[in-house]
Design a protein around this ligand. Sequence first.
Ligand code: SF4
Length: 180
Amino acid sequence: MPIFFEPAEVIGDLKEFRSVLIVSCPICPPMCVSIQQKSPFLQPLKHGLKTPAFEDYIASIREALAGHGVRSEAFTLRLPVPMMCLWTARQRARILKRAQGFDAVLVLGCDSATYTAADALRGTGCKVFQGMEVKTITNATTALGPSATVTLDWHPLPKTPKSGQFNGPDWGEKSQSTRR
Ligand code: SF4
């Protein structure tokens, strides 16, 4: 289920550490940054499976940390399960191994992604922070363009989705009025 985020201010908390591993979920976070930056989700011929705007976002966090003398690295896993909320036991064990030598982990993902990291690092001294704030669930139409470029046409949902019938007349008005 796609989650829509806004970045959380975490540099203030992280600048006290010597090292931070940035662990990102490769599904909703790059989708959101792609939508917010109005840039392609994927350009496989140029960037493989990485979302350029999301890579820039991670780089900006690393740059801010470096400005405070904090060493950082970035880490994610796409196989066998890309959604961090559903990572296998082996993928969770990979976080534990990868986080060795880091004082803190910054999760770019939802509360469930953060739980995955916190659970994997339970009992270690590594502190886990969530770097994105969940705003709502969302929806987008995925489109395939030239050179296999993948773009997302965003459809913001009403702030208070209704249970029961979803496509009533007032829902349509609210949804249209919030579109870009
Ligand atoms: S962990 Fe959260 S951010 Fe990642 S795919 Fe699951 S719901 Fe989306």
